[in-house]
Unconditional design. Structure first.
Length: 87
């Protein structure tokens, strides 16, 4: 697979302050540097038009859960499902 050097592409496309340029060239040295690098990566993705896939809706309601529970769609753990040490 052809790997994209997004850091170099971003450096070539715009002017940055000294700290941002240093992080792009040499990598992050602290947590805040990592945050800045993440923001710069997001900026590069916007420039390139890269879109992340939409996250699925995993939300459910208590009524749905109650309905599924009454239909027996959940496995209920029993005493046999656990193994206890012989102490």
């Amino acid at each position: 697979m052809n790997e994209i050097n997004w850091r170099q592409e971003l450096l070539d496309s715009a002017n940055f302050n000294g700290k941002q340029e240093k992080i792009l060239k040499h990598g992050p040295k602290s947590l805040t540097d990592s945050w800045i690098l993440g923001a710069l990566y997001t900026r590069w993705k916007k420039l390139k038009g890269v879109r992340e896939p939409a996250t699925p809706n995993c939300q459910s309601s208590f009524l749905e859960w109650e309905h599924r529970l009454s239909k027996g769609e959940f496995y209920i753990l029993t005493e046999e499902d656990f193994s206890y040490p012989d102490w």
